[in-house]
Ligand binder design. Structure first.
Ligand code: FAD
Length: 383
């Protein structure tokens, strides 16, 4: 038997839950299909839990726009829904004179992105704010913060459920078909079933490309490549020596081994990154020496034996080694030609910060389909 539902959201990570909440608040019938037996067990619980300000992202990118809009929406949301968070602030540190140009570049880029509250710090101010950090200059980002990502997901889910959404755990989408009167999803798990949906949002994170490819009728040329990059975190034993998040000036695409502090006061260092070819969260302890070196670069007081293995997280990427940094990819009917379908690819950092803004974007993409020709793939605007 084929069940019927108005909207299916595939994936109960922070982004899928934000989308489900948004659609449910509009009075739509929503079912969230989650492969695992709990929500948020992948990238959404293996990250830095930072509310990013929106400093680094290229002007005009989705990351820049959705991070800045998402940050404001997220602070408001956390206040209104009692989600634990703290506007803790972040210090970007230049270790030597050569890195001061990097700080200037960040300030300029932040301004272009609409982040106008960054403040330059001289060495004296830097020492006063964070005595343990070594550097010749810094930039303070007061709007950077931290959030309890599990609490946030619970709040999104709770609100979605209050508005009629349901969460189906242990329900992996294994295939699907685009038909004239909807999209049929085949769901595996203990009680396999098929569901005919008016709208489908593919928010399957690391698995989003595989899910899109498994739906017959989605033009394969619109599905980007899949790449994975793993990041490791080490935790610091004992008292936190910092009051803020500390980031060195980045020397590569990602932001370098930085300091985050969670709401319980635990200091974490990371993530570093390396490319992997499948999802495997195992912790590689051989990275320890490289971590000590990277951290002592800006925190020379780090004692031998103070680091403990923490956890790993994996970035879903659409570009691979040696290729330019990617943007979020959000494809609606205008891009792939399938009415009622939105695919999200490469939702890496700052996806947590941007979750509410991504949900708005998905809603717009679904709304815009009314203007597009119904299920006429030949008239689609392919990327
Ligand atoms: C190391 C690291 C650090 C980060 N730090 C930050 C940060 O500090 N701040 C920030 O803003 N962002 C950060 N991010 C990014 C942020 O964590 C992600 O953008 C966000 O969690 C993505 O959420 P998601 O819902 O898209 O994906 P996920 O959390 O991965 O959720 C996808 C869900 O889909 C489910 N699924 C997969 N396949 C299927 C299927 N076939 N059927 C049904 N369900 C399926 C999965 O089980 C999973 O639950 C970081 C990311 C990484 C990797």
């Amino acid at each position: 038997m084929v069940e019927k539902v108005e909207c299916a959201v595939i994936g109960a990570g922070v982004v899928g839950l934000a989308i489900a909440r948004r659609l449910a608040l509009q009075g739509r019938e929503v079912v969230i299909l989650e492969a695992e037996n709990a929500f948020g067990t992948h990238t959404s619980s293996r990250n830095s839990e930072v509310i990013h300000a929106g400093i680094y992202y290229a002007t005009g990118s989705l990351k820049a726009a959705l991070c800045v809009a998402g940050k404001q929406a997220l602070y408001r949301y956390c206040e209104e829904h009692d989600v634990k968070h703290r506007r803790i602030g972040k210090l970007i540190v230049a270790i030597d004179e050569a890195q001061i140009a990097g700080l200037k570049k960040y300030q300029a880029q932040a301004g272009l992105n609409g982040v106008t509250d960054l403040r330059r710090l001289d060495p004296r101010e830097l020492r006063e704010l964070e005595p343990e950090v070594s550097g010749v200059a810094g930039v303070l980002s007061p709007s950077t913060g931290i959030v309890d990502s599990h609490g946030l997901m619970l709040a999104y889910l709770g609100e979605a459920e209050q508005h009629g959404a349901s969460l189906a755990l242990g329900s992996p989408v294994v295939s699907g078909t685009v038909e004239d009167d909807g999209i049929v999803l085949d769901v595996g798990g203990a009680e396999p079933m098929s569901i005919r949906c008016d709208a489908v949002v593919n928010s399957a994170g690391l698995n989003a490309q595989a899910v899109a490819r498994s739906i017959a009728g989605v033009p394969p040329q619109t599905v980007p490549p899949t790449h994975y990059a793993i990041g490791h975190y080490y935790t610091l034993a004992g008292r936190a020596p910092f009051r803020r998040l500390i980031y060195p000036v980045a020397r590569q695409d990602w932001l370098g081994v930085h300091v985050t502090v969670d709401l319980g006061g635990q200091v974490k260092f990371g993530p570093d990154f390396s490319w992997i070819d499948r999802v495997d969260y195992r912790f590689d302890e051989s990275r320890e020496a490289a971590f000590y070196a990277a951290i002592r670069y800006y925190y020379p007081g780090l004692k031998d034996g103070a680091l403990q293995p923490g956890y790993t997280g994996i970035r879903p990427r659409t570009t691979g080694p040696g290729e330019p940094a990617q943007d979020f990819v959000i494809q609606g009917p205008r891009e792939h030609g399938v009415a009622g379908l939105v695919n999200l690819y490469g939702i890496e950092s700052p996806g947590l910060t941007a979750s509410l803004a991504i949900a708005d974007c998905v809603d717009n993409a679904l709304g815009a389909q009314a203007a597009a020709a119904p299920r006429d793939v030949t008239r689609a605007n392919m990327p």
